[in-house]
Design a protein around this ligand. Structure first.
Ligand SMILES: [Zn+2]
Length: 131
């Protein structure tokens, strides 16, 4: 598949200092950490080999286990205190808790995982961890 690269963005000079927070924010919204225009992902979690806008080699970033680790960390720190508070103050039947907490946990995990992976790729780009 040929890659169409926005020549204006590709010709933009590389900034000497990459913004950590801007790159992480762009990754959180699943955009290229360099230009903020191109999409990072070709699918749910599959990374495009190159940014369609600026040509950044997105495939060079290997986030490995960091996104699942951070996603579990975030979801666990949100859901577990809520489970404990509900159990402490109202103690609903177990079927009701399963019917609520399992979909909430799965939904949060599936919603956060690509965003966290995008943020990790953004941080890798900002810190020049891959290139
Ligand atoms: Zn880009």
């Amino acid at each position: 598949m040929p890659i169409e690269i926005n020549s204006e963005a590709a010709m933009a000079p590389e900034p000497a200092r990459r913004s950590f927070w801007q790159a992480m924010g762009r990754g959180l919204v699943r955009r290229c950490p360099s230009c903020g225009q191109g999409h990072i992902f070709a699918g749910y979690l599959k990374v495009h080999p190159h940014c369609s806008s600026c040509g950044l080699a997105l495939g060079a970033f290997r986030s490995d286990d960091a996104p699942p680790y951070f996603t579990i960390f975030i979801v666990g720190h949100v859901v577990l205190p809520l489970v404990l508070m509900v159990e402490r103050f109202s103690a609903p039947p177990i079927w009701m808790q399963i019917a609520f907490w399992v979909p909430l946990t799965l939904g949060m995990t599936l919603a956060l995982l690509p965003r966290v992976k995008g943020a990790v790729i953004g941080v890798q780009w900002a810190t020049r961890a891959a290139n």
